[in-house]
Design a protein around this ligand. Structure first.
Ligand SMILES: Nc1ncnc2c1ncn2[C@@H]1O[C@H](COP(=O)(O)OP(=O)(O)O)[C@@H](O)[C@H]1O
Ligand SMILES: [Mg+2]
Length: 224
């Protein structure tokens, strides 16, 4: 079953008098339950592509189908709703809020869906237990290691029970041992039939995925 489909996606940035053509015709189909990686050098357009899949950025031209809806034509409020309900995102530098506990960070995506507080607490606690942080739910980011912070961010992605998890260089800020632990955790999620799109510029990290794609200069190529 196809979860998402990108058809001939082009993304240009318009900077004053200059047009920067960042994505040059991207075609991609992701099946439900797939674990794919997208590799490419810095500046190849990986984050731009991820932000389009995440519905944070709009395309210049092209079609985007998410669970059969043509989402390219929706407005930014509708994009935000889909993003909040269906797409979990894991960032390179975690993007946690400084003065909030792990529990509060993970409860937050549910607040946007008007989930009652008792249920928010219950689901956030479960998500934190799933990433082995049940004993750290009261800790703030500065009271957690880098690997633990990334696990909080994985719990925050999971708590909405998303259709897909996007991870943009999730191990980029971690040492290799901790990075491999995070990748093991992501692999476990895949084994529970979560759909995962991972971006990395490291071969060893891409090797965790079941299908590897290569992006060069805004286009998919056979290898890099
Ligand atoms: N908001 C923007 N405005 C103009 N150019 C941008 C913007 N975002 C990214 N770019 C350009 O698009 C190219 C790809 O960027 P990016 O997608 O961040 O690459 P990657 O994640 O692969 O390193 C780069 O040349 C970058 O300078
Ligand atoms: Mg990037």
């Amino acid at each position: 079953m196809v979860l998402l489909q990108l058809k001939n996606i082009v993304k240009d940035y318009f900077l004053w008098i200059q047009t920067v053509n960042v994505l040059k015709g991207i075609n991609l189909e992701v099946q439900k339950g797939e674990f794919i990686s997208i590799m490419g050098h810095s500046g190849s357009g990986k984050s731009t592509l991820m932000n389009i899949i995440w519905l944070l950025d709009s395309t210049t031209t092209g079609e985007y189908f998410f669970e059969w809806d043509n989402v390219a034509s929706l407005d930014s409020d509708q994009h935000a709703t889909i993003r909040g309900q269906k797409i979990g995102f894991v960032f390179q530098t975690y993007n946690l809020i400084p003065r909030k506990s792990a529990l509060e960070q993970v409860m937050l995506p549910l607040a946007y869906q008007w989930v009652p507080k008792a249920e928010r607490i219950e689901r956030a606690t479960k998500a934190l237990e799933k990433v082995w942080l049940g004993h750290r739910i009261a800790n703030k980011p500065n009271e957690l290691s880098g690997g633990e912070q990334q696990r909080v961010s994985i719990a925050r992605a999971l708590v909405i029970n998303p259709s897909i998890i996007l991870a943009d260089e999730p191990t980029g800020a971690l040492d290799s041992k901790t990075g491999n632990e995070i990748m093991q955790m992501i692999t476990d999620l895949h084994q529970e039939w979560k759909t995962i799109v991972l971006i990395t510029h490291e071969k060893e990290i891409a090797a965790y995925a079941k299908r590897n794609l290569y992006l060069r200069d805004g286009q998919f190529v056979d290898k890099i």
